[in-house]
Design a protein around this ligand. Sequence first.
Ligand SMILES: Nc1ncnc2c1ncn2[C@@H]1O[C@H](COP(=O)(O)OP(=O)(O)OP(=O)(O)O)[C@@H](O)[C@H]1O
Ligand SMILES: [Mg+2]
Length: 281
Amino acid sequence: MRGSTVWNESMAVLKHSAEETAQAAIQVQHVTKSFTNKQGEVVQVLKDITMDIRHQEFVSVVGPSGCGKSTIFNIIAGLLEPTSGKVLVGGDEIGRSTGHVGYMMQRDLLLPWRTIIDNVTLGLEVKGVAKKERRELAMDFLRRYNLDSFADAFPATLSGGMRQRVALIRTLVTQPDIILLDEPFSALDYQTRLVLEDEILSILKQEGKTGVLITHDIEEAISVSDRIFVMSKRPTSVKKVYEVGLAEAHGSAMKARTDERFKQYFEAIWSELDIQMGRTS
Ligand SMILES: Nc1ncnc2c1ncn2[C@@H]1O[C@H](COP(=O)(O)OP(=O)(O)OP(=O)(O)O)[C@@H](O)[C@H]1O
Ligand SMILES: [Mg+2]
């Protein structure tokens, strides 16, 4: 049962039952990826990635800078082909584009020349939804998250936290089952980040979505996640998986931070990360 993991010496890498695998929202199976750099050399980024993410689960991916985290997301979103291995979303192999996955990219900015509502309707426009329908859908989401009074405002007039909420709504409005979030909070100040982590987690739980978050912030990962995947340095693979579930147990990401196991998770994950002081990759 989630949220009941008791800390012990062997807080283990979890092996999932066949039943859980069958229910997985995302299955990444032995995925490798190599790029050819400008010098013509082949650089392996993903070594052998295998991960199963359950329906309505919220997981985080942490790993050293440049190890290949965004590359994994690009493959799950169908934007990049793996060199080998495969990815199943909802049990089906993904094509080049899939409607099941919403992706909030690392530098996913709102278009400054479009109003908030016109930013939110962007994905629906791409999908070919009629104007009236897409405005109604967008307003419905904006109303739900108290941003409707900003519908006709431009992004520059909103705070950083509000802009990120709008970017999330822009992803949600296309009604994907899975939301990929690549460092959505990294540009925000600490207080805003805490509030937003809490809010975004509860939005995704409320909407019944499966969420995958890439973050550099170990505390953030511990406070929001059901599980955390710790990646090794490049060429990367999954080094360890932690069952956390503190947010689930406490009913909020903010309260998860008060749990006595919080610090223990932090120390364990910090020591797992291949971070070399003074180097960024
Ligand atoms: N299209 C590409 N062509 C060549 N190399 C690439 C390409 N995309 C990514 N890479 C390389 O793959 C490696 C991993 O990149 P990626 O952006 O996935 O890492 P990351 O873990 O998300 O990094 P960060 O923590 O900085 O966000 C980097 O060395 C990058 O230069
Ligand atoms: Mg990245």
